[in-house]
Structure formats: C-alpha cells, structure tokens
Ligand binder design. Sequence first.
Ligand SMILES: *Cc1c(COP(=O)(O)O)cnc(C)c1O
Length: 362
Amino acid sequence: MSYVAGKSVEELERELGISGVKLGSNENPLGPSPTAVHALREAASSMNRYPGVEMDDLRADLATAVGVPVEHIVVGCGSCDVLVAAAAAVLEPGSRVVISRPHFKMYELSALHAEAEIDWVDSVDYAYDIDAMIAAVREETRIVYVTNPNNPTGLAVSAADLARLLESVSDSVLVVVDEAYMEFADTPEFPDAVAAVRDGRNVLVTRTFSKVYGLAGLRVGYGIGPVPLVDKLRRLQPPFHVGRQALLAARAAFHDTEFLARSREHNASARAELQRRLAALGVRVLPSQSNHVLIVGLDDVEVIERGLLERGVIARPTEASFGLPGCVRVTVGVASENECFLQAFEEVITELRTRQAEGRAQ
Ligand SMILES: *Cc1c(COP(=O)(O)O)cnc(C)c1O
C-alpha cells in the first residue's frame, strides 16, 4: 500500500492534453506568501552552504507564538515527516493504534511500517465518534489519531470532545492531533490542543507550512509535543534535515501576518459560497472548517471524475486516497477556479441525472 496523491496539472496535461485548474490537493490558491518568495530568492545564492542556525531560529519563533518552551518544538520535512517519525519512535511490533475512518493514509502507512496493529473506528455520518474511539483504546494502544479539522471531511472536533477524549485515555497513549488545516477553522468550539501539551499531557500537535502558508513544495512542518518525545524525534533526524532555503522561507511566511489574514478571509468567504452553490445543485456538502469541502452521497464518482477532468478540473474522489466511496473533495480555489469547478460539476451531474432518468423510464 502507498499514499495516493492527487493529480497534478502536468499529469492532466500529459494524459488528456488539456490544461486544467487544480483543486485536488488543498494547496493555497493565492500562491505562496510574497515575503516567503522574497526570502527564498535572497537565500538562493548561498545554497552551496549547509544549513546552520535556521532551524533553531524557526523553532524559537514557533515556540514563542504557541506559548511553549522551544524544547517542545520539532521541525521536519513537512508534517508528514513528523507524523511518520513519531509513529516510528512510539510504536513497536504488537503496539496498537486507533484510527477513525475516513482517515489520512499516512497514519495507516506509518503504523503498518512499525508493524503495529490498527483498531479501526467508524465515523457516524462522517463525523468522529469520540466514544467509540475511547472504547477502542486497549492496553497495547500507543497512539490515537485525531485530524482537526479532518481531511477529507472538513469537519472539526469540538473542544469539549477533544477534552473528553484526553480525559479518558491514560498517558501511556500518545494522542496525535494533526492540525494541518487549523488556521482555516473559525468556529468558537475549536480546541486549543497545544494547551494539553502545556499541561504536560502526552499529546503531539502537528502543523504545516504546506496549506495556509502556501509552501507545499518546500516541505516544512512541525510538531509541538512532550520534551522526551520531541528530543527523540530530533535526535533521530539526519543532520541538516530540512533545507536552509525552505526554513528561511517558512520563517518569513510565518511572520507574514497580512498574507495569513488574507488567505483565511478569502477561504472563509469562498468556502461559504462554494457550499451554498453546491447545495443549490441538490447535492449534500458537509459543513467545512477547512480549505476544502466534501460532497457526499454521490453515485458514479468515476463518471464524475472523468467528466471533471475532461473539462479541465482536478478534484479529489476520496475512495482511492481515503477509502471513502461516493464522495468528491474539492479545494477552495480563487473565484475563477471555483466557477470552473461549479460549471463543470453542474454539467456532469446534469448529464448523469438525465441518463439515470432515462434508465428508469426504459
Ligand atoms: C496536507 C496534510 C498534511 C500536511 O502534509 P505536509 O507533509 O505538511 O505537506 C498533514 N495531514 C493532513 C491530514 C493533511 O491533509
């Protein structure tokens, strides 16, 4: 088994010879932070040099911003790197992990790699069933995964639910809270997971520069966790693990609060519009707290995907990547991209409905 990534524009171009809009990988449609681009350009001419102080500078800034001593921060090549390293550090053959479906495949892959067993929990109407997750924890359980907001559903776990989960599991269980999309959440119910780290709980919060900061290509992410775990993860990293230019760009992006605010505002309004217009087409869309929306309950997802690709639109059917049939995930794009998607989607489902009606009439 391996991770199934979304299609790139280059792949679409090679396969169908058409140029397209990519709304399949939850990237920032506004591009990277201009400040980060500037920092990267400035740093380009020194790429003959190994990295030096850049990782510690970034760690220090992250620590200050989230309110923990710097010893709690580990920076990796994307948050996937931190997630995989944490699983490798914590799990051994025979350990168990709890994963709620639908899920981000990296948890499953890293558990399998560590020869751990997985206890699967089913969602209820796409949302986490926190009580079932608590009930799935056994003596051998070493990790419980929570993605907040979730991918692909876009749903958020409330502060009350996360608190209940944390109260119910012992400190021999690491609760991994993957917050790749936390910057997009705007509900007052959204939990402060880092507070649990500050309280000394066995919690690892992971975040990334790939999504709201628009630096997916540079591969920088980080974890906030207990000092012994963070120490272990840091000691296991090869020297010069993350590139200097990537670290400098990430730090610049982190301080570009104007870009951050603009990205979040754009996402919130375009997401609302996308949800409203999709609902008007008579499909069900989950209420998203993220930078993507999930259309659920679809028939013939393969036909829909094909129809969208032929119209130059890359979205993400969720069966191959997330084991979730009958759904299509679409990233919130800029206005013109969202229009392209909505128009293509309307055409495709209208055709499908006509065909289904004809099928029934025969
Ligand atoms: C995108 C994403 C990540 C971030 O991956 P990076 O390695 O930081 O690019 C992590 N978790 C989930 C659920 C994601 O969707």
